[in-house]
Design a binder for this molecule. Structure first.
Ligand code: G1P
Length: 292
């Protein structure tokens, strides 16, 4: 059974500077919660109960967010503010464990995942890239659907979405041998390439930051040489694994916001804010006053 999810949070957050100078980019908020909390809630909803943060110095605020804050909780309880107290103490739901591992050097996503190897052990596991916030407002969560698909097929799953052709060089791109993969469907992967040039991309199916991986990937990561951008790439290790244990590309149904960049973070705030009971009416009214 899948219980473990690795969440790399050691990035510098250069695309959202200066906001991320003194606080981790993962702590920037979408409405009333930091992005990392939205992502942990997604993982917990999909059945994961062991959250493994791969972090670095200067990012303690993330660990604090999932810990108890005794003074605040006692004060809110004393004032009878029970709903707020529950919101503060339930950032880490009961039965969910959060542990953190350090990534001492920024050697790439593959290296970050490898740093968690001794905690992951022999279990298959998920990887979530927390910049990518997935919105499944109108239905089942894509990560949950991926877990179900893994449980049924036993095959590793990589979430993808179609992107415009001029954007393929920003992503890992998968090759499903020309099979049309409908939304909410999955197909076997034939190849994969990290950040290809537009003319060299095998498709426009981009990896969006949700993976369910066989434990065997860790062994391969140990020997993965630096690839695109001089970094140890998870995509390269997955391509190698795919030769012996075929992986599937799952085409997401929801919408993804890249909260590691300014425009994506703003868009996520508008989309989530328009649905939040405490902000929707006022935000809708405000947006209507703007001349856009
Ligand atoms: C990473 C992955 C890439 C994936 C992307 C999604 O790249 O290496 O395959 O498409 O995340 O955001 P990064 O954005 O860290 O350069």
């Amino acid at each position: 059974m899948l219980t473990k999810v690795v969440i790399p949070v050691a990035g510098l957050g250069t695309r959202v500077l200066p906001a991320s100078k003194a606080i981790p980019k993962e702590m920037l908020t979408v409405v009333d919660k930091p992005v990392i909390q939205h992502v942990v809630e997604e993982a917990v909803a999909a059945g994961f109960s062991e959250i493994i943060l791969v972090t670095r110095s200067g990012k303690q605020a993330i660990e604090d967010h999932f810990d108890h804050h005794y003074e605040l909780e006692a004060e809110l309880a004393r004032k009878g503010k029970d709903a707020l107290r529950a919101a503060v103490s339930n950032t880490r739901p009961p039965n969910v464990e959060v542990v953190s591992i350090r990534q001492p050097q920024a050697l790439g996503l593959g290296h970050a995942v490898l740093c968690a190897a001794h905690v992951v052990g022999d279990d298959d596991f998920a990887v979530i890239l927390p910049d990518m916030l997935i919105d499944n407002a109108d239905g089942k969560r894509d990560l949950t659907a991926m877990v179900e698909r893994y449980n049924a097929s036993g095959k590793g799953q990589i979430m993808v979405e179609s992107v415009p052709e001029d954007q393929v060089q920003r992503y890992g791109i998968v090759d499903c041998g020309g099979t049309a993969v409908g939304k909410g469907e999955a197909a076997e992967i034939r190849g994969m390439v990290e950040k290809p040039k537009a003319e060299e991309a095998p498709s426009n199916l981009a990896i969006v930051g949700r993976y369910i991986l066989p434990a065997a990937i860790m062994q391969l990561l140990k020997n993965t040489a630096p690839g695109a951008g001089g970094e140890i790439q998870l995509t390269d290790a997955m391509l190698e694994l795919n030769a012996s244990a075929p992986l599937e590309a799952y085409n997401m149904r929801g919408k993804v916001y890249d909260c590691g960049n300014k425009a994506g973070l703003l868009q996520a705030n508008v989309a989530f804010g328009l649905r939040h009971p405490e902000t929707s009416a006022e935000l809708r009214e405000f947006l209507a006053t703007l001349e856009v």
